[in-house]
Design a protein around this ligand. Structure first.
Ligand code: GDP
Ligand code: MG
Length: 299
């Protein structure tokens, strides 16, 4: 009899689904920490965010993909689509997230991407907290079983956390055997600069209203750690003068609120005092410019 064999398991888990189904919320719920931004506005996640969860012998490395879009002509979306598709073939488990209350043609498009995929897929039916009648799930589950041979179908609520631990238990046996790739207490390998930019983006979207297009982006120009104080200069890129006015607000009040909110979050994240200076600049038509996108790190 063999005792104490040190079996460990480690794998990459992609989270895919159309914008707004709750991918970022789910990842945050799993990691119990706010590493990626969430918003009612689609497409606030533009980078692939890596979150790591280690539970005893199991290590799952989560990849949050940018939304998969259909019929969008803009270069930005084209790049995001390519990134999302590449992720699918390069992981050990795929979590496909849909919204229990709304199945759209974009969801169908996501399903069609699974067709030639040999990676095990789990279907997550999110936002079940919004269902008045839980029996409404049954026809949806039946329909989804015909779409793809999912390993399992897990209805849950990323927002309340209901059934999320069941999902984690369902993922574990799908992780391949192997050494842990990250330290057991490590949550992300994204740079602090990147997380700062994401926190700032979140505040911009939360505070400047629904009309602001997702093409708004943030560039951390400098990040200087002076011991007790960290000085950060951030540049907010927008497409139009009107968008700039939306961000700056009356007498600069909006931008001030955005910067203050982001500064507080960053201070919590890095546990240091932060001096955050934000500028807003117009770069007309930048989302058409793949070269600049690559420069900003969206490749
Ligand atoms: P993503 O675009 O797929 O990453 O979606 P987000 O995680 O940003 O979520 C989009 C919106 O749906 C946000 O307003 C979330 O608060 C909301 N949301 C996400 N999960 C749930 C859920 O389980 N229940 C409810 N009621 N809302 C949710
Ligand atoms: Mg997201």
């Amino acid at each position: 009899m063999i005792l104490n064999t040190p079996h460990t398991y480690c794998g990459y888990v992609a989270i895919v689904g159309r914008p707004n189904v709750g991918k970022s919320t789910l990842l945050n719920q799993i990691l119990q920490q706010k590493l990626c931004i969430t918003s009612r506005k689609p497409q606030t996640t533009r980078h692939t965010i890596l979150g790591i969860q280690t539970n005893d012998v199991y290590q799952a490395i989560y990849v949050d993909t940018p939304g998969i879009h259909m019929g969008e002509k803009k270069a930005l979306n084209h790049l995001m689509n390519k990134a999302a598709k590449r992720v699918l073939h390069d992981v050990d488990v795929v979590l496909v997230v849909i919204d229990a209350t709304r199945f759209t043609s974009e969801d169908e498009y996501v399903m069609s991407l699974l067709q030639h995929l040999s990676v095990p897929c789990l279907l997550i039916i999110n936002k079940v907290d919004k269902l008045v009648n839980k029996a409404d799930l049954l026809p949806l589950i039946e329909k989804m079983q015909q779409c793809h041979p999912f390993e399992a179908i897990v209805p849950l609520s990323a927002k309340t956390g209901q059934q999320v631990s069941l999902l984690e238990q369902t993922i574990q046996p799908l992780l391949p055997e192997g050494p842990h790739l990250f330290g057991d207490d490590q949550l992300t390998d994204r740079s602090i600069r990147f997380l700062c930019a994401e926190l700032l983006r979140e505040k911009i979207f939360r505070l400047s209203g629904q009309e602001l297009p997702y093409s708004t982006t943030v560039d951390i120009e400098s990040y200087q750690d002076e011991g007790g104080l960290v000085r950060i200069h951030a540049l907010i890129w927008v497409e139009k003068e009107t968008h700039k006015r939306m961000i700056i607000g009356n007498k600069g009040e909006k931008l001030k609120a955005i910067a203050t909110g982001a500064r507080k979050d960053i201070e919590k994240l890095i546990e240091k005092r932060v001096f955050l200076q934000c500028w807003c600049k117009v770069k007309s038509g930048w989302s058409e410019d793949e070269g600049l996108l690559r420069q900003l790190g969206y490749d």
